[in-house]
Write a protein that binds this ligand. Structure first.
Ligand code: PLP
Length: 432
């Protein structure tokens, strides 16, 4: 569901006309909808209400401080993958005691900091990591809460760059080895085995893979709980969202169209998983990122040139792969719509940025309404893995971000001044 819709011929975010934001703050511009963030968080929370649960929003999908504050205000926990993300959460008013620390490469300094902040759990991905956590906890004369990420080895129908739950992936510890790992970890005096975790991939649009993975995990989770007194089972994130046909007229219609397209909804997810999870009697952790932030954001861009080569049409815009890398990186589809609709013929075109890479495109040979220089376009569903993956490639500044709530719009990240791009650089002394 989202709060981007046409009123007449103008595209709005909640009650704010997007073109007014483009003119006020410039482009490229990320715009997020407060109400969409809240709605997705609450929708999932309500569906999972029959079990004791904690939603730990995956910070990496969109880590803007105002996004984090919005979710912290709703009582969200956070799934973090670096010291930087933990600092961000604290800065935004989130509770470190509701943070789970994921990631296969935690450094000693990161573990130290996480223990000092008393995070809810460190999710370990290898035995050397468990040993390191134990050593650091011993030095700090404390007990570290840990869980192990299980790789359940289930197939998931998503892009190869976002599957994580098969033995081809670097993530977690193989299913068959887990009991041995817990038995050895139980002997490490400065660890408390608090839970068990899995995460099978991202943009999973069917309930099947989640159900298969949970079913496979159940006997293991029961045995581990009996032996080690676990408190939680984290079923990870990965809920997929609707990227195509992203413009429908209202919330009810949105969920109906998602259901009709067979795309996962919180209701369907809960209906399949709750009967499996409830008898465990454990606290259930969820780590959704994209599901909460994905449909909450758009990237607005301005048409610079329309270039017709005779063979093809190129719409060259002021956003580029450095602002939104998903099409280049994951072959991702983003709906592209004009901020002002006009009655016009359609044209087939590639929408591309100005970066010197042939991978710098937002779509290829897509039917779009006729556009001209100066028109604004919105790339829909760009709230997750959008700005957070932006770079300064080609010495292009990081874009600004705006958060909308009803009639209000706030600049929640200023456009990066150009000279900040090289502010940390130095001329080597022998060159001066
Ligand atoms: C990335 C990640 C998530 C969030 O994935 P989404 O597809 O955005 O829901 C959750 N848990 C872990 C461990 C992750 O690495």
């Amino acid at each position: 569901m989202h709060q981007f819709h046409y009123r007449g011929d103008r595209l709005y975010c909640e009650a704010v006309r997007l073109e007014s934001l483009a003119k006020r703050f410039g482009t490229p511009l990320y715009v997020y909808s407060h109400r969409t963030l809240v709605n997705h968080f609450q929708k999932l929370g309500r569906a999972m209400a029959p079990v004791d649960h904690l939603i730990c929003y995956a910070v990496k999908s969109n880590s803007n401080q105002s996004v984090l504050r919005t979710l912290a205000n709703l009582g969200s926990g956070f799934d973090i993958v670096s010291e930087g993300e933990l600092h961000r959460v604290i800065q935004a008013g989130g509770d470190p005691r509701k943070c789970v620390f994921a990631g296969a490469g935690k450094t000693a300094a990161e573990i130290e900091f996480a223990l000092r902040q008393k995070v809810y759990c460190l999710n370990a991905e290898s035995e050397p990591e468990l040993e390191r956590i134990n050593r650091i906890a011993a030095r700090r004369k404390t007990i570290a809460p840990v869980a192990v990420r299980v790789n359940p080895n289930v197939a998931v129908d998503t892009h190869a760059k976002i599957t994580t739950g098969t033995y081809e992936d670097k993530f977690g510890i193989a299913f068959d080895l887990i009991e041995g790992v817990y038995a050895r970890a139980a002997k490490l005096k400065h660890l408390r085995l608090r839970g068990v975790q899995m995460h099978i991939g991202s943009q999973i649009t069917k309930t099947g893979p989640f159900e298969n993975a949970v079913r496979k995990m159940l006997p293991l989770v029961r045995r581990l709980t009996e032996r080690h007194g676990l408190e939680f089972f984290s079923i990870g994130g990965g809920l997929g969202i609707l990227y195509q046909f992203a413009l429908v007229s209202g919330p009810a219609q949105w969920w109906r169209s998602a259901a009709a397209r067979g795309i996962i909804t919180p209701a369907a997810y809960a209906a399949r998983l709750l009967p499996l999870l409830k008898p465990l009697g454990l606290r259930i952790l969820l780590e959704p990122g994209r599901f909460i932030s994905g449909n909450s954001g758009v990237l607005i861009t301005r048409v610079e040139y329309v270039k017709r080569t005779g063979r093809k049409n190129f719409v060259i815009v002021d956003a580029a792969m450095n602002d939104l890398i998903r099409p280049a990186f994951y072959d991702a589809y983003h709906e592209i719509v004009p901020l002002t609709r006009r009655r016009s013929r359609m044209m087939k075109a590639d929408v591309v940025g100005g970066v010197c890479e042939s991978g710098d495109f937002f779509c290829k040979d897509r039917l779009l309404p006729h556009v001209a220089e100066g028109d604004y376009l919105a790339l829909m569903s760009a709230g997750a893995y959008g700005f957070v993956m932006a770079s300064n490639y080609n010495s292009r500044a990081l874009t600004a971000e705006v958060l909308v709530r009803d009639r209000q719009a706030a600049l929640v990240r200023e456009r990066q001044p150009l000279k900040e791009i090289w502010a940390g650089e130095r001329i080597a002394p022998w060159l001066q």
